[in-house]
Design a protein. Structure first.
Lengths: 502, 470
């Protein structure tokens, strides 16, 4: 009996005009946009490769340790095609300096990018699904119960010995099968385009991640189908059901996500907090500066200026405090690259080496101290509002779907943080390498007259996107939330439909 | 007779569910828009005022140090005036810097200092921001997306629904020409969509204008009137589209499916897809590093300078001239470099915006932006104002210098310029202005395009309806 019902519904749905249009629209939008997105990714990848090449050249140009330009470039995430998330927005160039703990707020954007282009809106595959899948689901669902009621066929079906639950289930299964056709077809075509593109090298975990995105898409589709069914079960006329569905769609997909983020505001104004912490960090560095001055004053050979007593032939030195209050960036930056001396500065050089042996560990310690102060505040100022926003967005299936797919694609905040954590670890390994080589106390720290620094032995930076299990773990709460919504909706429809008079 | 049909249509709609839902939705959105604007705008205006007074203090401080100091430091940061109508269109203002740098320290040698140049910093608000990215709920969004959807929902069954119910045959059996029926229906639908929209707009403006923090002057109200007219035209476009499809299709359910999908493609996806295509096609140019090029130019000039500088005896006029030429040439070169980069970027955006103009929602958003005084065109106007001011400022320096007979008239060096004190009041100050006639000029094409769309669709609906078999 169940099978007969399903078959009837399936045939009903497949023959309709809306099914043909659904398949056509989905294929058109997904294929056209995937092609565009692939080109966009290729461009970003090319930009990344040039930057990597350039930063390597910059590194090799440095002749002393203290002027080292160690830049790391963030590679684009291939899965950003599915959900861009934060992948395009955050900075991609990050500078590794022993005196400052790098975070995503210290990263810069490529200078070749045109900042004005941001005023144009961007798109990804999940965005298409968010809009079109939900609309299609509602278009398929609005007349499924109200229509049969209007035509009187519902009464006919119920005269047979079929339980109402079976009817609901049959309708649900057959409509979902119909809706899956355009979804799967468009995804398979998108995958086809991806795999034929030479620049994409998707690994097995990547395919699993895409599979996860597909599962989330199906759950999202089903949630909207059930919303449509609920409306259909509650109303007696198809036109009312249709009108209600469209307004519900407009509210859930179009209006609510945009409105809620505009309305909610971080509870306390962060400006004062930012200012006070900025002052605190400044004081930490003032303390450092006092210690440094004290050391210079006690060493009679240096007389306040470490390089002043040597007679150099060429080169440069610099020192200043870098200050960017908006992201609480504050550090001491100094370096020297002296090419040669008019006369061999035996004892002076030893004093300068001694100065650095004292100074650089002090800089590193102060940087760590700053980081301990800075980290919680950055989280409070930037991450906390984002978390609040996300929890409000979770009130619609669209928001949940977006968050879940971001987590699966690795373009969410956690995925981005993984990269910056790797950069922080890299900085630590560079510092350890410096300690091993006793680089601070060496002459190559400030002068290249005897020997130029050999950069080949420096630890290499490598970054692997987080393991698929971690991605899934981050997405699971939202996937479960989507499932819960599905189940609650289904139970609601069942209760309404069972008690309904035909 | 038209009015009779329109009235019937109107009374039908007023009692319907969609009317109630549309009113609630539009009211909610417009209220949100007003509240958010009132929360953000006073802060913005306050910041702008502070910045302007900083600019004036900067000029006064340097003018009192003499002409060289003023000419070397430049007028300082120049700020963009925030539009009072920003609630109408956000226009991506966050992605465009609110200032131009007219003077910052670039380099100094023992005796010489770099002269000021005009530079255009870029705003990268997203780099620090990890909050979810959403569309701003401004009038552009409410009109472009929500109002167009509402318009379709009001007209999808206007003809096919009557045919399904059989009332169309009844109406046409009366001696009424078909175009009268069509126009009557159009007017009826038009008034019924306008009522919730006007209501929402009134509430929005009521909230905004009664608050003490925001002042709308006569010109702003005029601009609001034009924006309202644009919204009406845009609504007409979607009403005509709805009637066209409704007349061609036998069943209203099919009509709605077609309309929704057309809407999704044209309104939701076209702008972003076209923008991505445009963004791709434009940045295939050379990606040389700006700072590298700037550095190279400076290096070349410096090596030329140092080779000629020491040939002249110290203190001679010739040497001062070489010094002055070095400084002014450097500033010129660098400023040209900045301007070239800016122009290239602007050209890219222009190309992209031309392509996205196929979508009606982009047209209407561009129009609202230009009349609200936000967005890209407005930014270009600001940049033009800045450049005009920079010329004015430089002319002032030259004029002041040539008025002093004791000066050597060599710019770029302290000893070569007038030593007389400068009256701070006489120095030109920068003031950013908005020009309505210019907005009309930039918007004319889009306005015409929109009107053309409406006319084409209306005549399409007429033709379809005339030929329809009842």
């Amino acid at each position: 009996m169940m099978l007969t019902l399903i078959r009837r519904e399936l045939l009903d749905n497949l023959m309709t005009f809306r099914f043909a249009v659904a398949v056509f629209i989905m294929l058109l939008l997904v294929v056209a946009n995937t092609a565009v997105l692939i080109k966009d990714y290729e461009r970003r990848l090319a930009g990344h490769k040039t930057e990597v090449q350039k930063s390597r050249e910059y590194m090799l140009e440095g002749k002393t340790y203290s002027v080292a330009e160690l830049n790391i470039d963030r590679p684009p995430n291939p899965l950003s095609i599915f959900n861009t998330g934060l992948d395009k927005r955050l900075g991609n160039e990050i500078w590794v300096y022993y005196g400052h703990v790098p975070t995503l707020w210290d990263a810069e954007k490529h200078s070749s990018q045109n900042p004005f282009m941001n005023i144009l809106s961007s798109i990804d595959i999940v965005f298409i699904f968010e809009g079109v899948l939900s609309l299609l689901a509602l278009i398929f669902a609005y007349d499924t119960l109200a229509g049969e009621y209007e035509r009187g066929t519902l009464r006919l079906v119920l005269t047979h010995s079929v339980s109402r639950g079976h009817i609901l289930l049959a309708k649900y299964i057959s409509a979902m099968v119909c809706l899956l056709v355009p979804l799967l077809m468009s995804l398979i075509l998108a995958m086809f385009l991806l795999t034929t593109s030479p620049s994409f090298s998707l690994s097995t975990p990547d395919f699993l991640r895409i599979g996860g995105i597909m599962v989330a898409s199906i759950a999202y589709l089903s949630a909207f189908y059930l919303i449509g069914m609920l409306i259909s079960a509650m109303t007696r006329r198809t036109s009312t059901a249709l009108m209600l569905s469209m307004f519900v769609w407009g509210f859930l997909v179009l209006v609510y996500p945009n409105m809620i983020v505009a309305v909610i505001q971080p509870s306390n104004p962060p400006e004062e907090r930012r200012a006070s912490v900025h002052n605190h960090i400044k004081q930490i560095w003032e303390e450092f500066e006092r210690e440094r001055k004290h050391f210079l004053a006690t060493d009679t050979h240096l007389e306040g200026d470490p390089y002043g007593n040597m007679r150099w032939r060429g080169g440069y030195n610099f020192e200043h405090f870098q200050d960017k209050a908006s992201v609480l960036q504050y550090y001491y930056y100094a370096g020297a690259e002296i090419d040669g001396f008019h006369e061999e500065p035996e004892s002076e050089a030893l004093h300068v080496q001694n100065y650095h042996r004292f100074l650089v560990p002090l800089i590193i310690d102060t940087a760590e101290h700053t980081w301990r102060v800075r980290k919680p505040v950055l989280e409070e100022l930037f991450i906390l509002p984002a978390t609040v926003d996300r929890s409000w967005l979770r009130l619609t299936p669209t928001g949940i779907y977006d968050i879940a797919t971001q987590a699966l694609a690795g373009t969410d905040l956690n995925g981005m943080q993984d990269f910056f954590t790797a950069v922080q670890q890299h900085r630590q390994s560079v510092i350890d390498y410096y300690y091993d080589k006793n680089a601070f106390a060496s002459r190559q720290w400030f002068s290249s007259d005897k020997e130029v620094v050999d950069w080949s032995a420096l630890p290499q930076f490598s970054f692997q996107r987080s393991d698929i299990s971690i991605n899934v773990k981050r997405a699971l709460p939202d996937l479960f939330l989507l499932l819960t919504i599905n189940i609650v909706l289904f139970i609601g429809i069942f209760l309404i439909f069972v008690r309904r008079e035909v | 007779m038209i009015w009779h049909i329109a009235k019937r249509e109107l009374s039908n709609n007023l009692n319907s569910l969609r009317f109630a839902l549309a009113t609630v939705l539009l009211l909610g959105l417009m209220l949100t828009n007003a509240v958010v604007h009132l929360r953000e705008h006073p802060e913005r205006v306050k910041r702008y005022r502070e910045n302007v007074s900083n600019h004036q203090n900067h000029i006064a401080a340097h003018a009192s140090n003499g002409l060289y100091d003023l000419a070397q430091e430049g007028p300082g940061n120049l700020y963009k005036k925030p539009s009072d109508l920003r609630f109408c269109a956000e226009g991506g203002e966050a992605f465009m810097s609110d200032r131009a740098q007219a003077g910052y320290h670039r380099w100094s040698t023992g005796t010489l200092k770099s002269f000021w140049i005009l530079a255009y910093p870029s705003a990268t608000p997203n780099r620090d921001n990890v909050r979810p990215e959403v569309t701003k709920v401004d009038w552009g969004f409410i009109i472009g997306y929500v109002l167009s959807l509402v318009a379709l929902l009001f007209t999808f069954d206007s003809i096919s629904g009557e045919r399904e119910r059989g009332t169309l045959r009844l109406t046409l059996s009366n001696p009424i020409p078909r175009h009268t029926v069509l126009i009557g229906k159009f007017l009826g639908a038009f008034i019924s969509v306008s009522i919730p929209f006007i209501l929402a707009v009134l509430v929005n403006l009521l909230v905004i204008s009664t608050s003490s923090g925001v002042h709308l002057d006569a010109e702003a109200w005029g601009r609001l009137g034009i924006i309202f007219f644009v919204a009406v035209l845009y609504t007409g476009l979607f009403l005509a589209l709805g009637m066209l499809v409704s007349a061609r299709v036998q069943r209203s359910a099919v009509s709605l499916v077609i309309l929704l999908l057309v809407w999704v493609v044209f309104v939701v996806f076209m702008p972003s897809t076209l923008a991505s295509i445009a963004g791709r096609s434009t940045s295939s140019g050379p990606t040389y590093d700006f700072s590298e090029r700037s550095w190279k130019l400076h290096e070349e000039l410096s090596s030329d300078y140092y080779s000629s500088h020491y040939k002249e005896p110290e203190g001679s006029t010739k040497r001062i001239e070489i010094d002055g030429a070095y400084v002014t040439k450097d500033a010129e070169q660098q400023e040209r470099l900045h301007a070239e980069r800016l122009n290239r970027r602007i050209a890219e955006v222009h190309r992209a915006r031309t392509i996205t103009r196929i979508s009606p929602v982009t047209i209407v958003q561009n129009l609202i932006e230009s009349f609200a005084g936000t967005g890209f065109e407005r930014h270009l106007q600001f940049l033009e104002n800045v450049q005009t001011y920079a010329r004015e400022f430089r002319t002032f320096i030259v004029d002041t210098d040539s008025a002093d007979p004791e000066s050597l008239h060599i710019f770029g060096v302290r000893t070569g310029m007038s030593q007389e004190p400068v009256n701070p009041e006489a120095v030109p100050k920068f003031e950013d202005t908005l020009n309505l006639s210019r907005d009309f000029n930039t918007a004319a094409t889009e306005l015409l395009l929109l009107t053309l769309f409406v006319l084409v669709l209306l005549s399409g609906a007429y033709l379809a309806f005339v030929r329809v078999e009842v």
